[in-house]
Write a protein that binds this ligand. Structure first.
Ligand code: HEM
Length: 278
């Protein structure tokens, strides 16, 4: 019988593997490329955990376990706060340092992050047109196609409300139900849950704003590295773009595109509700 190798910090967390997957492209080396890679990889790890938690949260809701859903949302919100802070590390890179290796990245872009897209789909911003970005990556394409077909956080919440007897048929029914939840003390737990959804939504909007500002600070209004990819995305819908700009902002890509992404919300009715209260 072979003796069991005791688990160690290094072996359990696969530290040698983890610290050997940062492979800069620039030659001669560009000092800031290491932070660029590490920050992106750290984001992707957080996206992985966030997806895992959101899936769990939806399952808790499906089982009618509201306290556990609230608890899980708490973790999701804290993760989004970490995401928001991390952007400032990237901002310690000057635009000239970025230029030392930026042209080597073409056409790689955060636009291709399938974990980010998956989170957006699960959280409510589903747009089939993004699938075109992942045609060459069958695993990403499959995961996103599945996420497109599955209930979002809001869908799961509405199903739960329906099980409690609330009307959730259309937007006006849903708004009326939310009004009851926000005004009748016996629905306090649901009220807390809604506010945690607002924290999550707001925090993601802050991320989109910060990312947009950071990108403008870094590259101004040059086309983004992923700009060649954008025209392949068909049928832009005005739904997630500021009115008047329609599909144009989408096609302009780069920082214009990022600006257009600061407006969408995961739970628009929760934002609208504020106007109708009182
Ligand atoms: C020097 C730093 C960065 C710059 C200049 C930058 C710039 C851009 C630009 C211009 C786009 C629009 C698509 C394109 O034209 O390529 C984009 C998209 C995106 N970037 Fe960044 N980015 C930077 C860092 C990051 C970091 C650290 C992340 C973290 C994961 C990230 C995640 C994303 C995501 C998820 C998108 C798609 C956003 C959406 O579709 O709403 N970026 N970025």
């Amino acid at each position: 019988m072979t003796a069991k190798v005791p688990v160690s910090y290094e072996s359990y967390l696969k530290i040698p593997e983890l610290t050997n997957i940062q492979v800069p492209l620039a030659e001669p080396s560009a000092h800031d490329e290491m932070q660029f890679i590490v920050v992106h990889q750290a984001y992707e790890l957080w996206f992985k955990l966030l997806t895992h938690e959101i899936q769990a949260m939806i399952t808790f809701l499906n089982k009618g376990n509201l306290p556990q859903s609230i608890w899980t949302m708490k973790r999701c919100i804290e993760i989004t706060r970490v995401l928001n802070q991390q952007i400032h590390v990237m901002e310690t890179m000057s635009p000239t340092s970025f230029l030392e290796f930026r042209n080597l990245l073409n056409p790689a872009s955060g636009l291709q992050s399938y974990q980010f897209r998956c989170l957006e789909f699960m959280s409510g911003l589903k747009h089939e047109r993004y699938l075109g970005l992942y045609e060459a990556d069958s695993l990403a394409h499959k995961a996103l196609t599945q996420a497109l077909s599955e209930p979002t956080i809001w869908d799961a919440f509405m199903t739960y409300l329906k099980s409690l007897g609330f009307e959730v048929g259309g937007d006006s029914d849903q708004l009326a139900s939310l009004k009851i939840i926000y005004t009748e003390p016996k629905w306090n737990s649901l009220h807390f849950f809604c506010e945690s959804l607002m924290d999550y939504d707001e925090s993601f909007r802050v991320w989109r704003h910060r990312h947009f500002l950071m990108a403008e600070r870094m590259i101004g209004f040059k086309p983004g590295t992923g700009h060649q990819e954008l025209p392949k995305i068909k049928h832009p819908q005005a739904g997630d773009l500021p009115s008047g700009e329609s599909g144009q902002a989408f096609r302009d890509a780069g920082v214009h595109y990022l600006k257009s992404r600061t407006e969408p919300r995961y739970f628009p009715l929760l934002w609208e509700l504020r106007t109708h209260l009182g």
